[in-house]
Write a protein that binds this ligand. Structure first.
Ligand SMILES: [Zn+2]
Length: 408
C-alpha cells in the first residue's frame, strides 16, 4: 500500500450574502498579504541580485512569524481566519525561492482586477467535510461557516483523508478543489507497454489507436472576437461588462472541453497498459517565444506562434501529468528521429516521411500512418531504456506535492 494524493472537484452552491462577502474578504486578504510581503522583500532581493546585500530570508517559517505580528497589529486582518491567509506565504516563499535560483523573476504584484479570487485551506485550518455520499456535501470554512457543495469531477474517497482545500472563484461561482490522501494498492503491472506520439491535434498510440482533440477552433474564434470587442469598449460600461461575462463563459467552455478530453484519453490509455512511453519534449522550449531579440530577430515568428497555440491547445504538460499518476510507470525517451525512422526495418531517412500524415520507408517499403510509426519507435526506445535500467525502476511519482497544480 502506498499513499497518494487525489483531487476531487466541487462547485460551491450559492451562499448567503454574508458568507459570500466573507469568502471574497479572505481572498482579498491573501492578495494583500502577498503584495505586502512582496513590497517588503523587493529591496532586499534587488540588493542581493546586484551582489550588494545578504541573501534575504525565504523560509515560510521566518515570514510566517512576521505575518503573525502584522496580523496582531491589523484589526481587519485579525477578523479573518489565520491559517488560510497565512498560507499565502507558502505560495509566496515558493515563488521567491524560484526567483533566488534565477529560474523566474521576482513575484509580480497581484492586482484586484487581474487576480482570480482564491484561497487555500491547509490541513491546519480545521476545515471539515461532511455528507460525501449524499447528493450535496458540506464544507465548513473557518469564519465563513458551512457551505453546500456538489461534485463535478474526481472520485470519492471514503477512507481518504482530506488534506487541503483550494477555493477559487471562476468568475461566476466558487469551486472547491479537495485534495485527499488515499491509501492505494500498488497498481498491478499487466506487462503491457504502450508508446505514445503526441501531435498538434491528436495522440497516436503504438497499438494503432488515435485520440483526436475536439475541434475548438470555433470557440477559440469566438473568444478572440470577444477579446477584441472588449478592448474597444469603454471601461466600466454595461456593454463591456456584458462582453466580459460572455468571454468568461466561452473561456470556461474551452477549458472544460479540453480537461474532459484529457481525462478521458489518459484514463483510456492507462487502462490498457501498465507502462507508458512518451517523448521527453520540453514543452517550454517548444512554446518559448520566437520573437528573438533586436540583434537577432527570430525566424518564422508567424509559424511559430501558430504552433505555440496548437501545442498549448493539446496541453502536453497536462496530459503527461495525468499519465504519470494514472499509469503505473512512465518512461520518457529522447524523441530524436522517431518520426523519420522506419519501425519495421530501422532505416532512418528524411524521405521516409512522405507527407505530414503518411510514412513510407524508402528502404523496405513499409507504409503506415506517420504518427503510429513514431509511436511504435517511441515504445521501442522505452523498452530499450527499461532493459538498460534492469526494469526495476519506479518512475511513478508517489508523493506528488499536494498543491502541485490545479486544472486550468
Ligand atoms: Zn523500412
Amino acid at each position: 500500500m502506498t499513499k497518494e494524493i487525489r483531487l476531487v472537484e466541487f462547485v460551491v452552491l450559492p451562499v448567503t450574502k454574508a458568507k459570500a462577502r466573507k469568502m471574497f474578504q479572505i481572498a482579498g486578504a491573501c492578495r494583500f498579504v502577498w503584495n505586502y510581503f512582496r513590497e517588503k522583500n523587493l529591496g532586499d532581493y534587488q540588493k542581493f541580485r546586484d551582489a550588494k546585500g545578504d541573501r534575504p530570508q525565504t523560509s515560510f517559517f521566518s515570514l510566517a512569524l512576521e505575518f503573525t505580528k502584522l496580523r496582531h497589529e491589523t484589526d481587519w486582518l485579525r477578523e479573518l481566519p489565520f491559517a488560510p491567509v497565512r498560507y499565502t506565504l507558502k505560495h509566496f516563499t515558493d515563488a521567491l525561492k524560484e526567483a533566488m535560483r534565477g529560474k523566474k523573476g521576482f513575484p509580480k504584484p497581484k492586482s484586484r482586477a487581474r487576480t482570480t479570487p482564491s484561497f487555500t485551506l491547509p490541513d491546519t485550518a480545521r476545515f471539515r467535510i461532511r455528507n460525501l455520499d449524499k447528493k450535496y456535501s458540506l464544507l465548513r470554512i473557518p469564519s465563513v461557516g458551512w457551505v453546500k457543495l456538489t461534485r463535478r469531477g474526481g472520485n470519492l474517497w471514503e477512507n481518504g483523508v482530506p488534506k487541503q482545500v483550494v477555493l477559487r472563484h471562476d468568475g461566476r461561482r466558487w469551486r472547491a478543489f479537495v485534495f485527499y490522501e488515499v491509501e492505494v494498492e500498488e497498481k498491478g503491472d499487466n506487462g503491457k507497454i504502450l508508446g505514445i506520439d503526441m501531435n498538434v491535434c491528436q495522440i497516436a498510440t503504438s497499438d494503432g489507436h488515435f485520440y483526436s482533440l475536439p475541434d475548438l477552433s470555433k470557440k477559440e474564434a469566438r473568444r478572440k472576437r470577444y477579446q477584441r470587442r472588449m478592448a474597444r469598449q469603454v471601461k466600466g460600461s454595461n456593454r463591456r461588462e456584458d462582453t466580459k461575462k460572455k468571454l468568461a463563459k466561452v473561456s470556461r467552455k474551452i477549458a472544460n472541453m479540453r480537461k474532459n478530453w484529457i481525462h478521458k484519453t489518459t484514463g483510456d490509455i492507462s487502462r490498457k497498459c501498465g507502462t507508458v512511453v512518451v517523448e521527453d519534449l520540453k514543452v517550454k522550449n517548444m512554446t518559448a517565444s520566437a520573437k528573438g531579440t533586436v540583434e537577432n530577430p527570430g525566424k518564422n515568428v508567424r509559424q511559430k506562434t501558430g504552433l505555440n497555440r496548437a501545442v498549448l491547445n493539446t496541453a502536453f504538460g497536462e496530459i503527461r501529468r495525468n499519465l504519470e499518476y494514472k499509469c503505473g510507470r512512465l518512461i520518457k525517451v529522447n524523441p530524436a528521429y522517431t518520426s523519420q525512422t522506419c519501425s519495421e526495418c530501422g532505416h532512418v531517412d528524411k524521405e521516409n516521411r512522405k507527407t505530414q500524415a503518411r510514412f513510407q520507408c524508402v528502404c523496405c517499403g513499409f507504409a503506415s500512418n506517420a504518427d503510429t510509426n513514431a509511436a511504435i519507435n517511441i515504445r521501442r526506445l522505452g523498452m530499450a531504456q527499461l532493459h538498460e535500467e534492469g526494469s526495476g525502476i519506479s518512475t511513478a511519482p508517489m508523493n506528488r506535492e499536494i498543491d502541485a497544480r490545479l486544472p486550468v
